[in-house]
Design a binder for this molecule. Sequence first.
Ligand code: FAD
Length: 301
Amino acid sequence: MYDLIGIGGGPAGLTATIYAIRKRLNVLLVSRDLGGKTNYSLSLPWIEDYQVVRGLEVVNKFKSELEYLKFARLLQAVERVERRPEGFAVFTEEGRELLTRAVIIATGTRQKFLSVPGERDFMMRGLCYSATSYAPLFIDRKTVVVGDGELALRSTAELATVAKHVHLVGVNPDALELPLGQKLKAAENVTILQDYQVVEVKGNGYAERIMVKAPDGHADQIEAEGTFIEIGLIPNSKMVEDLVNLDPQGRIVVDCLAQTSVPGIFAAGDVTDIYAEQVLVAVGEGAKAALSAYDYLLPLL
Ligand SMILES: Cc1cc2nc3c(=O)[nH]c(=O)nc-3n(C[C@H](O)[C@H](O)[C@H](O)COP(=O)(O)OP(=O)(O)OC[C@H]3O[C@@H](n4cnc5c(N)ncnc54)[C@H](O)[C@@H]3O)c2cc1C
């Protein structure tokens, strides 16, 4: 029986696990990989060194500690978590059943893809999914945002503060009625292509243009040095969907102590309803979840 099982080896889960090891808890991290989304970074022809805030030093330090501490990690995917009288059972896709007194869910989110030709070829090579992280790299550049809702509006607004031009493709008319939508309609460096559809991403080594179809069916292309797919994120919360409270987007609802609606189940990072999706936020939330789980466990140790 473990004291604590962390599920998910991104910034939140790695930090939580290292904190738990320091507290001398009998802890296991179960994850598909170590590093999570920090294993991916955007490559651009004009950028040699990253100028974005990533906190990679801390994440990589925790990652290499766990690569070394083989007893504290299990590289498997988790299928579901169930209650047990003495705590919880964690079931992996490979058929393992692991018993624990407490759990931290830190499984992050996954992107929604456009699923058009060229998207996978240029992923993270001029085409990416996080304007919040990368907009500052596009000073005076031509950019495209693809998406129909508020996330796309927000990304367009952020890029418009630095980029030469932003094409917003596929936005929903209702979203344009929001205050941010109204502002973008009036912005000189924003072109809104409402109800257009992206059919292909093309380029040479890096994404360079996207092929679109207008509502009347005619084909067109937009040159872009940066393409941002902003159609949303899906939280990886399925394993506890019948146990804890989720918000309408499927994110795990947590309080300021990283507690879910079920005592003994904690959650941290992008899979939760906290603001915002950034590495250093996830690191902080992971630390908080581990300390909170430790307080929960103290009377049981
Ligand atoms: C393209 C892109 C670029 C980004 N760039 C930046 C940046 O420059 N700066 C910045 O601060 N933020 C950036 N972000 C955001 C940042 O990466 C995330 O906020 C951060 O990684 C969240 O950490 P996390 O631990 O919550 O989740 P994740 O990093 O998503 O980690 C989740 C972990 O859970 C594991 N997992 C998922 N499901 C299961 C399962 N069923 N069983 C077992 N394991 C599972 C995964 O394998 C992974 O290890 C970027 C995001 C994207 C998508």
